[in-house]
Design a protein around this ligand. Sequence first.
Ligand code: HEM
Ligand SMILES: *[C@@H]1O[C@H](CO)[C@@H](O)[C@H](O)[C@H]1NC(C)=O
Ligand SMILES: *[C@@H]1O[C@H](CO)[C@@H](O)[C@H](O)[C@H]1NC(C)=O
Ligand SMILES: *[C@@H]1O[C@H](CO)[C@@H](O)[C@H](O)[C@H]1NC(C)=O
Length: 340
Amino acid sequence: MKTMDSQLIRLHFIHECIIKFACCTLLLSAATTGKVAAGELSSTFYDSSCPDVISIVRKVVAGAIQKEARMAASLVRLHFHDCFVHGCDGSILLDDTADFKGEKTAGPNLNSARGFDVIDDIKTEAENNCPGIVSCADILTMAARDSVELSGGPCWTVLLGRQDSKSASLNAANTEIPGPSLTAAELGAKFQSKGLSLTDMVTLSGAHTLGKAHCNLIENRFRNFNGTGTADPAISSWFVRYIVNQCSNTSDGSQLVLLDSVTPTKFDNRYYENLIGNMGVLSSDQVLFSTEGDTKELVKSYCGNQSAFFNNFVTAMLKLGNLQEEEEGEIRKNCHVRNS
Ligand code: HEM
Ligand SMILES: *[C@@H]1O[C@H](CO)[C@@H](O)[C@H](O)[C@H]1NC(C)=O
Ligand SMILES: *[C@@H]1O[C@H](CO)[C@@H](O)[C@H](O)[C@H]1NC(C)=O
Ligand SMILES: *[C@@H]1O[C@H](CO)[C@@H](O)[C@H](O)[C@H]1NC(C)=O
């Protein structure tokens, strides 16, 4: 796995989003062949080969979010789950077939990864505009950035030039994507194994300022904490009632609750305020504050300073987006299937 050096990250972090960039001639030949060696990502990658792609992605994502605000959350999560399994290579988008096993049935994805139809809509427009040029992995990266910005979060220049994988790993999706009952130390270790720091972990968890989670994942904390038959005593009783009430309509845990019930569709630092108020929904959220140490200090600092959160979020998203494996890829024609 490669991560970008921090100077490069600072270079690419801008406070105001500029859609067009000056063309870097050194990268033109790479752009026209649609190939780039792992690690060689560039903000100008499609400037000559598909100059409209940035606005195509923005337009489709904006339309999707207008239809359903939660789609922003789903697209950000899709990019995360793509990047955590063999790097950002569109592997999560591949469908299972008779002789191919993808990642869609992995525990963290099954019945919860969503937004595939939006990626398809973007890909269709990109193929109409410049066939065979734009990778599905780059579409995911741009869609995640646009989702954050269009929800009121920070914006940044994405780096592009990823290739789509010719393989996927169900096993890695099951074992490498973190689960909601891990401890703070275990969460930190999962991120560290990808070259991401504890700070990156706490910062990226702030994406839970958007979106929803299934009730069955939180029963343990809200209904039967550690086998006691009641909620975790640390959670305020009114918040337990609020969540349990929303989860009570069906008994199979298939209902959804908001991860940030205060400002659910706004990308802000409310997630951290919620943790301090013991209103974390997932165990993996609340442990970031309930565990003494660095994660708790970061939660407190982001709670008091949204721009510190935004700045670090951009840095961490660039690092996440830069995860790549040294493997020959392709530009898929259809994000659901490998070309050959
Ligand atoms: C720190 C470890 C993490 C754990 C344990 C975790 C776990 C989860 C779980 C269990 C859900 C609910 C899924 C469902 O019930 O359908 C969820 C949703 C979500 N996660 Fe995470 N997550 C983590 C990190 C991240 C990161 C790094 C991002 C992005 C940068 C992210 C973005 C999201 C978003 C936006 C949602 C809501 C999705 C939607 O509404 O469709 N998560 N996460
Ligand atoms: C859960 O219960 C076990 C056994 O009763 C106990 O040792 C452990 O400390 C409890 N954990 C928490 C988080 O309360
Ligand atoms: C549960 O049912 C009540 C009453 O029918 C409804 O008002 C509420 O929106 C439902 N909650 C969820 C989360 O579906
Ligand atoms: C908030 O964070 C920003 C960025 O890290 C920093 O420049 C600023 O001084 C902080 N503000 C306060 C009040 O601590």
